[in-house]
Design a protein. Structure first.
Ligand code: HEC
Length: 198
């Protein structure tokens, strides 16, 4: 146990409060030494050797991981300025697209499950209001036509890049399918277009 001084320090008084000049408690002092040693270690590792991740590196690392993750899932290249807008040809992804089209995204309520059109235009023919390229299909779905009743993504809940392309792929798969009783072409707004999706 440290010895404590019992006489106050001379000439050391403020507003009637006097101070003793006692030793610091050991636990406190060792804690303090520890922070000094830790601080030196930290300084060397993070600032001299550069082997620790400073915030900037951590950020870069996280961005890299996110990019890898979302590329794997086929999502999220949008912000990188390089969208991978590949149309799926395989049955599984087209089936997923059909599920979205005929499910909670509500596309079928206006375009019909077979794409023949009802409130919205026929999506299986060669006549388009906003264009038949993959870019135009993506833009139509992403932005919707709210003034005509079509919300972005059908029901206004954002879809990932992969789901978006699955829907596009379902539409592409229906091209030229001639469903019965399609919505008539509206020549005032729909233009015939060469189908330019490979
Ligand atoms: C509430 C009805 C409604 C829903 C739901 C809806 N659409 Fe539409 N859609 C429309 C209407 C109406 C238009 C025509 C817009 C115009 O006249 O400019 C349209 C246009 C489009 C076009 C452009 C067609 C063209 O000729 O250029 C595409 C593609 C499309 N919709 C796909 C979808 C998909 C995919 C979904 C689901 C994610 C969906 N729509 C949900 C009503 C709807």
């Amino acid at each position: 146990m440290a010895k404590y001084q019992e006489t106050p320090m001379e000439n050391h008084e403020a507003d009637g409060i006097k101070e003793f000049d006692n030793n610091l408690p050991r636990w406190w002092l060792y804690g303090f030494y520890f922070t000094i040693i830790f601080g030196i270690g930290y300084l060397v590792q993070y600032h001299f050797m550069g082997s620790g991740n400073v915030m900037r590196d951590e950020y870069a690392q996280e961005v890299k991981e996110a990019e890898a993750k979302y590329k794997l899932a086929g999502v999220g290249a949008a912000n990188a300025g390089a969208r991978t807008m590949a149309v799926f040809k395989d049955a599984a992804n087209i089936a997923e697209g059909k599920k979205l089209f005929t499910g909670a995204n509500l596309c079928y309520t206006c375009h019909r499950e077979d794409g023949g059109g009802l409130v919205g235009p026929n999506l299986t023919d060669d006549y388009w209001i906003h264009g038949s390229s993959v870019d135009s299909l993506v833009a139509s779905i992403e932005h919707g036509y709210p003034e005509k009743g079509m919300l972005p993504y059908g029901n206004n809940s954002k879809l990932g890049e992969k789901e978006l392309m699955q829907i596009v792929s379902y539409i592409v798969s229906m091209h030229g399918s001639n469903p019965p009783n399609p919505k008539p072409i509206d020549p005032a707004v729909e233009k015939q277009e060469a189908w330019n999706v490979q």
